[in-house]
Design a protein around this ligand. Structure first.
Ligand SMILES: *[C@@H]1O[C@H](CO)[C@@H](O)[C@H](O)[C@H]1NC(C)=O
Ligand SMILES: *[C@@H]1O[C@H](CO)[C@@H](O)[C@H](O)[C@H]1NC(C)=O
Ligand SMILES: *[C@@H]1O[C@H](CO)[C@@H](O)[C@H](O)[C@H]1NC(C)=O
Ligand SMILES: *[C@@H]1O[C@H](CO)[C@@H](O)[C@H](O)[C@H]1NC(C)=O
Length: 570
């Protein structure tokens, strides 16, 4: 639970004089910045790496993109045997705001509708493993992308196809979800529309031909197996949500340990149309069960898809469903959002709030099936003290429709990178389409980045970026706050400080895979010298709470986050 409940720190309210109310309204609304008018491809899939760069890509089968690659780098695509000399992937460098084209060598659709996660390669480095995609005739592949670094210059950090295939022969994955397990291996689940619901692990410990595929019985006859929402529960089991129902699954023993009630509301399907997050985990070091809650927002009522195909664009759902997945008798609690929204993206913010962004008010997910773009994001506070339904706050609007296949991810500096939208599927910029392929890249800066708050904003000075952390370890973090925090006499109140760790997500199709936030309560906050403070926390106690890998660590002061530092745990 975040400690302060109001959007505006109390200190600010007391500090600002009359006439400040307009700036307070502004301070709660955030602001938008257009980063690029044209990055050449539509950012349908995005992942932040530990070097402050974002790998983004689109399908490779849409015809020529607007991003050229060095001469001679052409592919022949299996569909129509066409030669394509453009890039369908790129690396965005946050610091320099530049784009570097990346070639994905595939004769097929390749990376389209894939799953992925960042993992350590065992030497402490971070690598991005991208799995599956629209096989279109080939077995699913694993691709690897090693982030650029001092020892790995730009010319070396390129996409590589690994010498492994996923799943059994003839069993291709499409729209799967990926999650890092406590062991660091991935579980990959789902197989796309109309096929069996199976899972497997990666890396393989056996040869692929002998790889066991497991069938998930409760979902086996479900025909909407697309990007299931999957979260590692704090007990080490995995929560899997598909359509409107969920199970808790023990993947070590291949056993369903719990079946959750269906979301009330007549069986409206949520996956693919909604978005979901695991709410920030608190109280990690108490001896009690660490409680975990899942929030699923928006969607389209049953029948929206077939209606949209006929040109009837039904109003999207304006509800969120929240459930405590660790509860022995869990129940869904329904909350009402200020707007209706289908195909939202949900992103955890460093201070424990949730951003609900992108999407449409009418129609549904799918090519050209959305209408009435929703331009205003919403911030949801999980622990609003005013009770159910009071946690939503509308934010300032963008002017760019972000419909089907748009994305949003958290950056290290606390901004949210927003890209994509390609309802027309083929790169179609023609004015004859309702929503053209979107090549613009934007950033949304939540209220906490407002200039007026810079006096309260912490800056981490120790430990350095890329620090390796163990589990249940005392960690001392040193930070500065220029404006001494308003505590008077240069001190900062212990309960105005939090430390959080957020795992950067792989985001596509309205779902952020592997996204998780851990709230580390301060044990001690002390002033070192003028404007310099130290906070002592305990790192997460187990791999069930924090699977090994790359996280962003933030110091939060009066709900305002510092820039994060990249840390590796495990
Ligand atoms: C943490 O645990 C304590 C003691 O059980 C409880 O009072 C408190 O509400 C919990 N905090 C959160 C954020 O859940
Ligand atoms: C794509 O690139 C071409 C050539 O640079 C340019 O003329 C065209 O306007 C671009 N299209 C879009 C939608 O940016
Ligand atoms: C773009 O959309 C228009 C209108 O539907 C269509 O006529 C055209 O063929 C499309 N172009 C591509 C490249 O898909
Ligand atoms: C982390 O890296 C960023 C970007 O290079 C830098 O601005 C910041 O000072 C670094 N933080 C620490 C604590 O080393």
């Amino acid at each position: 639970m975040m400690k302060c409940q109001s959007f505006i720190p109390l200190f600010l309210i007391l500090h600002l004089s009359a006439g400040a109310s307009s700036s307070l309204t502004k301070a709660s609304g955030g602001h938008w910045r257009l980063l690029h008018q044209n990055i050449g491809i539509s950012a349908t899939h995005m992942q932040l790496l530990n070097n402050d760069r974002v790998v983004l890509f689109d399908g490779a089968h849409f015809g020529p993109s607007n991003l050229t690659v060095p001469a001679g780098n052409c592919r022949r695509h299996r569909r129509g045997n066409k030669v394509d000399c453009t890039a369908h992937s790129a690396e965005y460098d946050v610091a320099t705001n530049t784009i570097r084209p990346l070639m994905i060598n595939t004769a097929d659709d390749g990376v389209w509708c894939s799953s992925a996660a960042v993992t350590s390669d065992g030497r402490g480095f971070v690598r991005f493993v991208q799995t599956d995609g629209d096989g279109n005739g080939v077995e699913a592949r694993v691709r690897n992308y090693n982030p650029c670094s001092v020892s790995n210059s730009d010319s070396n950090c390129v996409w590589e196809v690994m010498d492994v295939v996923l799943a059994a022969r003839g069993h291709r994955r499409f729209y799967p979800t990926n999650h890092v397990r406590p062991s660091g291996r991935h579980i990959i689940i789902g197989r796309g529309r109309g096929s069996l619901f199976t899972y497997e692990f990666f890396p393989k410990t056996q040869s692929v031909s002998s790889t066991k595929l497991y069938n998930l019985v409760p979902f086996a006859n479900n025909n909407n197996n697309v990007y299931p929402f999957m979260f590692l529960n704090t007990d080490g089991n995995i929560f899997i949500f598909n359509n409107n129902r969920a199970i808790l699954f023990d993947f070590v023993n291949n056993k369903v340990v719990k079946i959750y009630p269906e979301i009330p509301g007549g069986g409206d399907p949520r996956t693919y149309y909604s978005s979901a997050v695991l709410l920030p985990l608190n109280n990690l070091t108490s001896n009690m069960v660490v409680e975990a809650e899942v929030l699923i927002c928006g969607g389209a009522p049953k029948g929206s898809y077939s209606q949209a195909l006929k040109g009837n664009f039904i109003r999207a759902s304006n509800t969120c469903a929240r459930i405590k997945i660790t509860d022995p008798k869990p129940k869904w609690v329904i909350e009402t959002m200020p707007q209706a929204r289908v195909m939202a993206d949900m992103t955890l913010l460093p201070n424990g709030d949730v951003l609900i962004i992108n999407g449409a008010e009418a129609g549904t997910a799918g090519p050209n099936l959305g209408r009435k773009p929703v331009f205003q994001p919403v911030i949801y506070r999980p622990n609003s003290k005013y009770g159910v339904g009071s946690g939503f706050k509308l934010q300032n609007p963008s002017s760019i429709p972000r419909m089907y296949l748009s994305t949003a991810i958290l950056l290290r500096d606390g901004r949210v990178l927003v890209g994509g939208s390609n309802p027309s599927m083929n790169y179609n910029f023609s004015s004859g389409v309702v929503f053209p392929t979107e090549l613009r890249l934007e950033a949304f800066s939540p209220w906490y980045l407002d200039e007026e708050l810079s006096n309260l904003r912490p800056t981490i000075i120790y430990p350095p970026n890329d620090t390796k952390l163990g589990y249940r370890q005392k960690l001392t973090i040193r930070f500065t706050v220029v404006g001494n925090g308003g505590g008077g006499g240069g001190s900062i109140a212990k309960d105005s400080v939090l430390v959080t760790m957020v795992s950067p997500s792989y985001t596509t199709n309205s779902f952020s895979m592997n996204h998780r936030e851990l709230v580390l309560d301060p044990e001690r906050v002390a002033q070192v010298v003028q404007n310099v403070y130290e906070v002592v926390v305990t790192t997460p106690p187990s791999t069930n709470l924090a699977p090994p890998g790359f996280y962003l660590l933030f110091v939060i002061h009066q709900e305002i986050p510092s820039e994060g530092i990249a840390v590796m745990i495990g």
